[in-house]
Design a binder for this molecule. Structure first.
Ligand SMILES: [Mn+2]
Length: 290
């Protein structure tokens, strides 16, 4: 059997961006841009200038810095879900046409906000399946759907969708909110069992789901952890994952997406990192002071 090239995951500190190095190839990965988000606020009487240019300049800076071969975006390019707002008709094509002048390989994995995204993307931008893609030992998908079965052969699953933040109160009573990275251990047999079940693969009570995956799909199950990326658009609201006022169960139910709801991801023991790389503890130690 040929040796797989090593896959290295490097957060591009202090940005909400991840560099995936697989063999000699470099993939820059970001998630949740939500272009047109501020236009939605205008409907509520709050007027915020368009963030598109700021986000574009920031992304171009990161591309110049790390010189990736390819840019992968884990979904939620635009903000409105089904229909397309006027601002998105304008901003989404401009955003990607400018990016294509910097980098010729761009892959988009659609998120739940990306209905009809194809019509907004210029030629040259590849739209991948919602069930995700494999880059070396990393499986990438947005997080609102089940991943493709082949992603179970990756050591690390990487999703967006949740926009994780932590919130603390300082001694003066001020609230501080920071975007964070989440890296949670996975219970592999449970994840394999629930994914196979989703794809209607029949399992008897004492079947070993990992054996079935090997036998029926020729996939060696390898998933060990799941990474939740911070949103690239830092202007958005986030999900304070350390809220103590409601029970953990409620928070977990609130974690939208079938993989997080399946009970196979141990969020209690998830490691939480700030964007500058500081490890601030595991989630069960980070209750918010209220
Ligand atoms: Mn989403």
């Amino acid at each position: 059997m040929s040796e797989e090239p090593r896959t290295l995951l490097k957060p591009v500190s202090p940005y909400p961006a991840l560099l995936i190095e697989s063999g000699s190839e470099k993939f820059l990965t970001i998630s949740d841009i939500h272009l047109g988000w501020e236009a939605n606020l205008a409907g509520e009487g709050v007027h915020v200038p368009s963030q598109t240019n700021k986000l574009l300049r920031r992304l171009e800076r990161i591309i110049s810095l790390v010189k990736p071969d390819c840019l992968t975006i884990l979904g939620d390019i635009k903000h409105t879900i089904e229909k397309i707002e006027l601002e998105e008709w304008r901003d989404v094509p401009i955003f990607f046409e400018s990016l294509l002048r910097k980098i010729s390989c761009i892959k988009v994995i659609p998120g739940n906000h990306d209905g009809n995204i194809e019509v907004l993307l210029p030629e040259g931008v590849e739209v991948a399946p919602q069930q995700g893609i494999v880059i070396g030992g990393a499986g990438l998908f947005h997080g609102h759907t089940w991943p493709d079965i082949k992603l179970l052969g990756c050591e690390t699953l990487i999703i967006g969708h949740i926009h994780p933040t932590v919130t603390f109160k300082d001694p003066m009573g001020f609230r501080i909110t920071s975007q964070v990275w989440v890296r949670a251990p996975c219970d592999r047999p449970t994840l394999v069992r629930s994914t196979l079940k989703h794809y209607n693969v029949r399992l008897k009570r004492d079947d070993d789901p990992e054996e079935i995956l090997r036998a029926k799909f020729s996939i060696e199950p390898k998933v060990r952890s799941l990474i939740v990326m911070p949103s690239f658009n830092d202007f958005l609201g986030g999900r304070a994952i350390n809220r103590a006022s409601i029970s953990r169960d409620v928070i977990f139910k609130d974690f939208i997406g079938p993989v997080l709801r399946s009970g196979s991801v141990d969020l209690e023991r998830a490691e939480i990192y700030l964007l500058d790389g500081t490890f601030i503890g595991t989630l069960n130690k980070l209750s918010m002071l209220e």
